[in-house]
Design a protein around this ligand. Sequence first.
Ligand code: ZN
Length: 240
Amino acid sequence: MDEQIATLNSIIAAGSSIVFFGGAGVSTESGIPDFRSTDGLYNQRYAYSPETILSHSFFMRDTAEFFRFYRDKMLYTDARPNAAHYQLAELEARGKLKAIITQNIDGLHQLAGSQQVFELHGSVHRNFCMSCKAAYPLERVLESDRVPLCDCGGIIKPDVVLYEEPLDQEVVEGAVAAIASADVLIVGGTSLNVYPAAGLLDYFAGEQLVIINRSELPGERRATLVIQGSIGEVLLQAVL
Ligand code: ZN
């Protein structure tokens, strides 16, 4: 691992347009579990799978049950950024890192100080009335234990991309442009075969593709460096 860290350190030192693509593994190091990994109590509390409850049709059909799950499983208001978030913010402050593309919705990159963040799946911190489009902070969703309502009476919907919903085209285009102009792409905490990661990676034309993941990944042919380990710890050691 030490040799790999040293290699990553020199890749980062040589890079001038670094982009980080992160998945659920970045947030789990802040204590936010991947909602897909359900605990033993899950079946006693929910009659449907997370993928079903987090779908657009379910939201429309049983909004109250959606919000019960959402508050229980998707909101971690005490979570703080970890070393990975802070090291990436530091790289951006130095002008080396140009963008973060994340599949997470917790806003922890921004909390750590990152500016250019493309949130492919939206953010729990943005919420909009479905009727009048008024914007609300997360607090409004947390205030009651029922369906959050706008002052106009409309339902407040989190700006989070649900299953069956398309990704925000502007966000995707920004992410594609960032990847296409990157000389170093660091991928962390995501399995690369999951949509949309796989497709976005195809736009990378740079030299150095680095993959950091806790669990072993199926071989990625184009990767110049694959490190198995904690993203926070790896970046803490590699970004000096
Ligand atoms: Zn409204």
